[in-house]
Design a protein around this ligand. Structure first.
Ligand code: PHE
Length: 357
């Protein structure tokens, strides 16, 4: 038994890696290992012999097992030390732009839009993507029976029976952030809110999740003329040209009065989308003067404050600016598409020096 002990402890001490250690474990204390076989022989011994051999074999087995465990821990520590020695990164080195990893066009366009409105004095607000139907509808002057609720193809959150909380929806637009921002900041106020929104809709220019940027400006004497100027300035800056053709169309939203939608002249020829030419129009935003009921719902006195709001389709702006003909490709996660349309991650858009270089 002393020979067995000496043999295995020496082997364990000399094992170079975990697989060598495992082989030793199997040979010694595995099911058919040498020590295990010896234990089976106990049955053939006389009771006197067994009284001596039994405890000795058990002690031997325990000793080998703990030597194995200690060696295993030592090997793991050594492996970690080796990795720490070999795998290191000098985080103070300057970054080299690589082909891998790029900004999605939506993120890029969101940054561009934010840069433009920042220059016009708008700060960035945020709100939840899952919101109550009060914020998404009622506070925006869309009561329960209003047809706009049906038109929006709303995704309702599942409710357990007997759930007393107000119904929640995936927000169908960024307009609920108007209410949340008014509640939080009061008036005067000048904010934009970029973010994801959801509607059950799917074709070349619609996906069930898409992006908008909401705008809200309230003060004592803001007019429709201010709205028109801001939107024209925005579109010119965004497309980095002086001659985009815009069409202001009278429209209707329950939360603005009067309301206008804005289209951009474009063409879709031979699978390419071009801006500023052709006979097609693409709707890019809805806007108008904020309805007094909406201002009141936000806790602000509509007899003192008035102003405008708009909701711009970010994805469509990206399609137009970068000539991307199918919206659905934005969300396919196809690496080839992302490499082609992605943006270098270190180029921050700014008005000086060009938005999209
Ligand atoms: N929320 C509207 C939509 O999603 C857009 C809009 C926003 C219109 C603000 C007017 C004012 O269609």
């Amino acid at each position: 038994m002393d020979d067995l002990k000496a043999k295995y402890l020496e082997q364990i001490a000399g094992a170079g890696d975990e697989s060598a250690l495992e082989a030793i474990r199997v040979a010694a204390v595995g099911k058919k290992g040498e020590v295990s076989l010896k234990m089976r022989e106990l049955g053939k011994m006389t009771p006197e012999e067994r009284q001596v051999a039994g405890p000795a074999l058990n002690a031997l087995k325990d000793e080998i097992n703990s030597a194995l465990a200690a060696k295993k821990a030592g090997l793991a520590d050594a492996a970690l030390d080796a990795r720490l020695r070999d795998e290191w990164l000098d985080v103070t080195l300057p970054v080299r732009p690589t082909r891998e990893g790029s900004l999605h066009p939506i993120s890029q366009v969101q940054e561009e839009i934010t840069a433009i409105f920042a220059e016009l004095g708008f700060s960035v607000a945020e709100g939840p993507r899952i919101d109550t139907d009060w914020y998404n509808f009622d506070a925006l002057n869309i009561p329960g029976h209003h047809p706009a609720r049906a038109e929006m193809d709303t995704f309702y959150m599942h409710r357990a029976e007997g759930d007393e909380r107000p119904p929640h929806v995936l927000r169908t637009h960024t307009s609920p952030v108007q209410i949340r921002s008014m509640e939080k900041m009061g008036a005067p106020i000048r904010i934009i809110c970029p973010g994801g929104v959801y509607r059950a809709d799917y074709d070349q220019t619609h996906t069930p999740m898409f992006h908008q940027v909401e705008g809200l400006a309230l003060d004592k004497n803001i007019s429709m003329a201010n709205l028109k100027w801001v939107l024209e300035e925005f579109v010119k800056s965004f497309f980095e040209v002086d001659d985009v053709e815009l069409r202001f169309r009278a429209s209707h939203f329950p939360f603005t009065e009067p309301s206008a939608e804005v289209d951009i002249r474009c063409s879709w020829q031979d699978g390419t989308l071009k801006i500023g030419e052709g006979d097609d129009w693409m709707e890019i935003l809805g806007s108008g003067m904020v309805h007094p009921k909406v201002i009141a719902a936000g806790g602000i006195d509509p007899d003192v404050y008035q102003g405008f709001a708009f909701g711009i389709g970010i994805d469509r702006l990206a399609m137009l600016k970068y000539g991307i003909p199918d919206l659905r490709a934005f969300f396919d996660s196809d690496l080839r598409w992302l490499r082609h349309y992605g943006f270098r991650s270190l180029d921050m858009p700014a008005l000086h020096g060009g938005l999209s270089r």
